[in-house]
Design a protein around this ligand. Structure first.
Ligand SMILES: [Zn+2]
Length: 170
């Protein structure tokens, strides 16, 4: 039996104790109150709800490296659009993204060089042209046949230096 790694997670548990002490979201359901789903990057500079002036209960947040529309993102959007109140989707990559700075081969090479691990069996889905990739990803959602009809899909790039969202014609 493996144990809970207390030492590494101590700060998290004690912060949660405080959070739970003043918890005020008991009445929320799993339906997105503002009908929004945001697909964004795992980048730690992005607080997706804060970026669009929302809070817990308002929106679905889907995150991965590079804010790419993968099969799993589409699967999740299908569920969210039929069952969880989502009727608009914002695909939100960001400036200074690691996935848009280096290409697939060089990221594999970096991990191989620094850690001696061959990751080439993974597709990281790096992007060489962020706007092109965003346009493709938005089109992929719009044309996905299983998504609820009438869902509105938009793309915008989040600027991590200014906090501004730049709408992109996709
Ligand atoms: Zn990123």
């Amino acid at each position: 039996m493996s144990q809970f790694p207390q030492d590494q997670f101590d700060d998290i548990l004690s912060a949660n104790t405080q959070f739970a002490d003043s918890f005020q979201h008991s009445e929320l359901t799993g339906t997105a109150r503002k009908g929004l789903a945001i697909i964004t990057c795992m980048d730690s500079r992005i607080s997706p709800l804060a970026v669009v002036g929302m809070q817990a209960g308002d929106a679905k947040i889907l995150r991965n490296a590079g804010a790419r529309v993968t099969d799993d993102v589409l699967r999740t959007l299908v569920l969210a659009s039929y069952l969880l109140g989502v009727n608009r989707v914002l695909v939100m990559p960001h400036t200074d993204c690691r996935m848009a700075i280096a290409d697939e081969a060089s990221i594999h090479a970096t991990i191989q060089d620094q850690f001696g691990v061959d990751t080439t069996s993974l597709e990281f889905r790096t992007v060489s042209n962020q706007r092109e990739a965003l346009t493709e990803d938005v089109a992929r959602i719009r044309s996905y046949p299983l998504l609820q009809k009438g869902v509105s899909v938009a793309g915008a790039i989040y600027n991590v230096s200014t906090g501004k969202l730049e709408p992109v014609d996709c």
